[in-house]
Design a protein around this ligand. Sequence first.
Ligand SMILES: C[S@@+](CC[C@H](N)C(=O)[O-])C[C@H]1O[C@@H](n2cnc3c(N)ncnc32)[C@H](O)[C@@H]1O
Length: 207
Amino acid sequence: MGLTSYIGEQFHKPTGFGGRLATFVMNKQNWRQYVGTEAALELRDTDSVLDIGFGNGYLLNRLAGRYPCRFYGIDISPDMLAAASRRNRRHTDGGKMSLSLGSAEQTGLAGGRVDKAYTVNTAYFWTSLDAGLAEIWRVLKPGGVFVNTVYSKAMLDSLPVTKSGYAKYELDEYLAAGARNGFFAAARPIVEGRSYCVIYTKQETGG
Ligand SMILES: C[S@@+](CC[C@H](N)C(=O)[O-])C[C@H]1O[C@@H](n2cnc3c(N)ncnc32)[C@H](O)[C@@H]1O
């Protein structure tokens, strides 16, 4: 495996030292996305919230330090589960947060469990948008909101590490997949042309 593919794989499924380094870099580079995600979530004190693909648990820790919500997190990487668990120990020990292995396509959560869900830079790695969105629709309460924070296709196309292993979607594809899976979907820019939140709302009357 070449260096470029190795780095790309560390963003997909961070593992070992390379994974810890990649997630540390993400935490520095993606701060605008974290701020944008938090704003789009409009958290209320009583919300239960799911982070899909939490990485090293940086954003979960930031949100749990600021809101009295109940937090859940899932990730496919055992090493990230260990890292996020260390970072968030005071929240998990206090019963405010539960972290486990799982995927966007198979969260392991009961249906209708959460008011809000979010993910930052994981949709490129899902088996398909439909598989992830159908599962997220299932775990959201009626009226629930899912914030999908991503880089634009144009931005991803400019990075050598995304040449393989990344599904790069246009905004229209994110919106159409939402409609197909029973959501009202709208986009909110973070940095114009480069990054945005796609906000999916599960209609109160839906399903
Ligand atoms: C680019 S990192 C982003 C980490 C974190 N969301 C952040 O922004 O700091 C992608 C993360 O998603 C996880 N991941 C990849 N595919 C996934 C999937 N299908 N479902 C859930 N998590 C996934 C990876 O293990 C990794 O921790």
